[in-house]
Design a protein around this ligand. Sequence first.
Ligand SMILES: Nc1nc2c(ncn2[C@@H]2O[C@H](COP(=O)(O)OP(=O)(O)O)[C@@H](O)[C@H]2O)c(=O)[nH]1
Ligand SMILES: Nc1ncnc2c1ncn2[C@@H]1O[C@H](COP(=O)(O)OP(=O)(O)O)[C@@H](O)[C@H]1O
Length: 396
Amino acid sequence: MGEAPAFCFDNLQNGFGLKPKGLETSADVGDKTFVIGGADNDSTSYIGVKIYDKSTGKWVIPTVLGTKPKASKGHSAILLNEDRIMIIIRGSTPDDCIWFLEVDTKYVKEQRKILGTEVVAWSRGVRGDAEKPVVISGPSGVGKGTLINMLMKEFPSMFGFSVSHTTRAPRGNEKNGVHYHFADRSVMEKDIKDGKFLEFASVHGNLYGTSIEAVEAVADSGKRCILDIDVQGARSVRASSLDAIFIFICPPTMRELEERLRARGTETEEQILKRLRNAEAEIEQGKSSGIFDHILYNDNLEECYENLKELLGLNGSAPTNHKPSPKGIDLPLNHSVSKIDNKILINCETLELEKASKNLIALDVSSLKGGAPGRTRGLNVYALDSFSDGLNEKLS
Ligand SMILES: Nc1nc2c(ncn2[C@@H]2O[C@H](COP(=O)(O)OP(=O)(O)O)[C@@H](O)[C@H]2O)c(=O)[nH]1
Ligand SMILES: Nc1ncnc2c1ncn2[C@@H]1O[C@H](COP(=O)(O)OP(=O)(O)O)[C@@H](O)[C@H]1O
C-alpha cells in the first residue's frame, strides 16, 4: 500500500501523527487527536485516554470500555487502519505487553451510538488464533450437560467450558466457579450494564449470562470454548463478533424429555412444568430460526455423542494436531519500534554480544481477529535476524 518504509516515532513527518511526550503518546485520526498515557507524575493505575477535537478546539474525556492496561514505564503507539492504535508497553510481563485501543472500529461506532458519548475500547493483544467456540443449545433435560461432560472427559486438553453467571440457586453437586458463577441479580445487572457480558437472557425465571472473560479465558488457555446457553443467548452470540459454530440438541419426543427431567430429580414439580412449557417454544425456534448450523437428536446417547464428535471433526480418535497456546513476547525494557507495511519491528537494545544477532522482533498485524470487548487475536510474532534480509524464525 505504498507506505513509507520504517519510521521513528519522534519523526513527526512520518504521516502517522504519532509523537512521544514523557509517558504520553498521541495519534491523529481524522479531526481527533487521541492522547494516551499520562505525565510522569500521573498517579492513576491505568493508562488514561483523552481526546482533543480539532473541529471544536475542546478536550473530551471518553467513555473507556474493555479491560484497561496497567500504568507503565512508557509505551509506543502505532496507528493501524485508522481505527485502532496498537500499544507496546515497556516493562510489562510477556503476555501483557501488546494492547489495542480501538478508536473507530465497528464496535466503538456502535457503542458511541448506544451511549451517546465519545467511546474508546481497550483489548489485549494475543498471539495466534483461537479455534471457533462451540455453542450448544436445547431444552432443559435434553442432555446438553451430559454430552458436554463426555466431550470434556474424552478431550480434556482440547475443550474448555465457558462458565456462565446465573442468579439461580446451585444444585446439590454444583460448585461455584466450575458449573456456574452463582451471582446476585444486582451485581450481575451492574456487570451487564458495564459491558462485561457477551450475552445474557432471562431463562425459566432466572438471569443467565456469558461474560466476555469466561470465553476469552478458555481461548487464552489454548482450548476450544464450549458454551451451553439458551436459544435467546445463541441468537445474541450469532449477532456478536464471536465467530462460533451453533448446535441445537433436540429430544426424540416431549414425553422422553419429561421423563429425563423427572429422572434427573433436580427440579421441583413447578420448575419441571415451567421447563416443559418453555421447551416447546425453544424446540420450535431451534429448528426454524436459522441460528443453528446443525441439529442433533439425542435419542441414543452414544449415537448422539458420535454425531457431535463428527461435527467437531473428531471422528472417534483424539486429534494429534492440538496446538498449545502460544506464549507471550519477552521484550526488554529498552527497545525502539518502527513499522513497515503490516509488520511492526521492535529493535531490542541488548548489550549482550551473543544476543546481538537476534535482536529484532517482527509483529505481523495483517490478520488480526476479534477485538474489543474481547481480545485481539491473530498477532504473529517472528524473530528477525538483523544480519539477514528476511523473517527467519517464528517465535514459539
Ligand atoms: N443465554 C444464556 N443461557 C444460559 C447460560 N447458561 C445456561 N443457560 C441456559 O439456561 C437454561 C437453564 O440452565 P440450567 O439452569 O443449568 O438448567 P438445565 O438446562 O435444566 O440443566 C439452559 O437452557 C441453559 O442452556 C448463559 O450464560 N446464557
Ligand atoms: N440420550 C439419553 N437417553 C437417556 N437419558 C439421557 C440421555 N441424555 C441425557 N440423559 C439424562 O437426562 C438427564 C438430563 O440431562 P442433562 O445433561 O442434565 O440435560 P441438560 O443439560 O440439557 O438440561 C440426565 O439425568 C441425563 O443423565
